[in-house]
Write a protein that binds this ligand. Structure first.
Ligand code: GAR
Length: 204
């Protein structure tokens, strides 16, 4: 048995690619990447999914719609596809408490800093690295955590530190954090959580 995983994306999807590559190498034996959902129709991550024959769905906010409407679309597709685990890989939309409560312990996220530093509302993407450089920290990194109702506030699953170097720009630091931490840590966390979801299912 494999956990059916949905990866939620909004942009380039390099973390999605890292998960796909790890899966192709056989490093995530407990999971099947069954679905990719994007809240942006122009996200390159959608092409990555299609290139690998993974079902890709756009759940975008249309004119006049609210966040709840997008969540209803996401919820429907996730339930239709019988998803066991939702992986937020650069998904730039804060999910409501209601949505999160529908999947207790079954949503994980990657954040490009060592939580509790540079996290929470307003800290996403390049902004996180800008804040780290502004503060002058010498070490940053990435965190994979469970998602609860507090942005970046759920239980930590894994962390990896990355050095900040002289002359770093936010873009250079972002690339180093991705290469040295996110792309390694996240696929490993997907395996750990999927394995535990399967064993819970089998025990029932
Ligand atoms: C990644 O660095 C991810 O950690 C970050 O956005 C980037 C997405 O890149 N996520 C957040 O900041 C969430 N708070 P990707 O689309 O290439 O995976």
């Amino acid at each position: 048995m494999k956990a059916r995983v949905a990866v939620f994306v909004s942009g380039g999807g390099t973390n999605l690619q890292a998960i796909i590559d790890a899966s192709l190498r056989g490093d995530i034996p407990s999971a099947e990447i069954a679905l990719v959902c994007s809240n942006k129709s122009d996200a390159f991550a959608l092409d990555r999914a299609k290139n690998h024959g993974i079902k890709a769905v756009v759940c975008e906010k249309l004119p006049g719609e609210k966040r709840m409407d997008v969540e209803s679309k996401l919820l429907k597709v996730v339930l239709d596809e019988k998803i066991d685990l939702i992986v937020l890989a650069g998904f730039m939309m804060i999910l409501s408490e209601n949505f999160i409560k529908s999947f207790p312990g079954k949503i994980i996220n990657v954040h490009p800093a060592l939580i509790p530093s540079f996290c929470g509302k307003g800290f996403y993407g390049l902004k996180v690295h800008e804040a780290a450089l502004e503060k002058g920290v010498k070490v940053t990194g990435a965190t994979v955590h469970y998602v609860n109702e507090i942005p970046d506030g759920g239980e930590i699953i894994a962390q990896k530190a990355v050095d900040v170097l002289e002359g770093d720009t936010p873009e250079i630091l972002q690339k180093r954090v991705m290469e040295e931490a996110e792309w390694i840590l996240f696929p490993r966390a997907v395996e750990i959580v999927s394995k535990s979801i399967i064993s819970d299912k089998e025990a029932k």
